[in-house]
Design a protein around this ligand. Structure first.
Ligand SMILES: CC(C)(COP(=O)(O)OP(=O)(O)OC[C@H]1O[C@@H](n2cnc3c(N)ncnc32)[C@H](O)[C@@H]1OP(=O)(O)O)[C@@H](O)C(=O)NCCC(=O)NCCS
Length: 190
C-alpha cells in the first residue's frame, strides 16, 4: 500500500472489480480512452477479469486501486508496458468517480505512482498520453513537471471533433522526489 495525503494506492482487488462495470461505462472512460466510449456488459467485464487472472502471459504492469483515506474506492492507477530492459514505463490514471475530479486526488495518486516507478521499480523514464482536450491532465502534467514530448495530430475523435494525442514524459533526473513536490505544490492532508 502506498500512503498519500488524500488517497492510498492499494492492490487492485475485488472492491475495485465490483465498481468496474459502472466505471467502464461512466464518464471517466470518455477521458481515459480519448473519447471512445465502448459500452460493455457486466458479463464482459467479468470475462475480462477472469481472462486476466488466468492468463499465463508475463505481467507487464502493476495495477493499483485508488481509495480515499477513509477507504472509499474512487478509481485505479496503473503502470503499464513496463520494460525492465529499457527501464521505461507508461502510466495509466483514472479517478473514475467524477465527483472527486479537480480536488487534488489524482495529483496525490500521481506523485505516489511516479515515486514508486522511480524508487521501487528503478525506472528511468515514465510517460503517459492523453487527448489535447483533457485539460485536467494537461494542467496536472504542467504542475508535476512532465515534459511535452510529442503530439500526434488529429488522433482522437471525441464527441465528433478531432483532437491531438499529446505525450508527456518525465526522466528520473528531473524528478525532485515526492516530498519535494508536495512542498512545491503546497499539498496538504484534509
Ligand atoms: C486526470 C485525473 C487523474 C486528474 O486528477 P484530478 O484529481 O482531477 O486532478 P487534480 O485536482 O489533482 O488537478 C487537476 C488540475 O486541473 C485543473 N482543472 C480542473 N478542471 C479543469 C478544466 N476544465 N480546465 C482547466 N483546468 C482544470 C484543476 O483546477 C487542477 O489544477 P490546480 O491544482 O492548479 O487547481 C482525473 O481527473 C481523472 O481521472 N479524470 C478522468 C480520466 C482521465 O482523464 N484519465 C487520464 C488519462 S491520461
Amino acid at each position: 500500500m502506498l500512503e498519500g495525503l488524500l488517497v492510498d494506492l492499494v492492490p487492485y482487488g475485488r472492491v475495485h472489480q465490483a465498481q468496474d462495470h459502472a466505471w467502464w461505462n461512466g464518464e471517466s472512460s470518455f477521458w481515459a480512452s480519448m473519447g471512445e466510449r465502448e459500452i460493455i456488459s457486466r458479463a464482459a467485464v467479468e470475462r475480462r477479469h477472469s481472462e486476466w487472472v488466468e492468463s499465463d502471459r508475463p505481467r507487464t504492469g502493476v495495477a493499483f486501486g485508488v481509495q480515499t483515506k477513509d477507504g472509499v474506492p474512487i478509481g485505479y492507477f496503473g503502470i503499464n508496458f513496463l520494460s525492465y530492459h529499457h527501464r521505461v514505463a507508461n502510466l495509466g490514471a483514472n479517478i473514475s468517480e467524477p465527483s472527486y475530479w479537480g480536488g487534488g486526488y489524482g495529483t496525490d495518486a500521481l506523485l505516489l505512482i511516479v515515486d514508486y516507478a522511480f524508487d521501487w521499480l528503478d525506472m528511468r523514464r515514465v510517460w503517459l498520453s492523453t487527448m489535447s482536450l483533457n485539460a485536467r491532465v494537461l494542467r496536472q502534467m504542467e504542475k508535476v513537471g512532465f515534459v511535452l514530448e510529442g503530439r500526434c495530430r488529429r488522433t482522437a475523435l471525441a464527441d465528433g471533433q478531432w483532437y491531438d494525442e499529446v505525450i508527456y514524459g518525465l526522466l528520473r533526473e528531473e524528478w525532485p522526489g515526492r516530498e519535494a513536490m508536495i512542498g512545491r505544490l503546497g499539498l496538504r492532508a484534509r
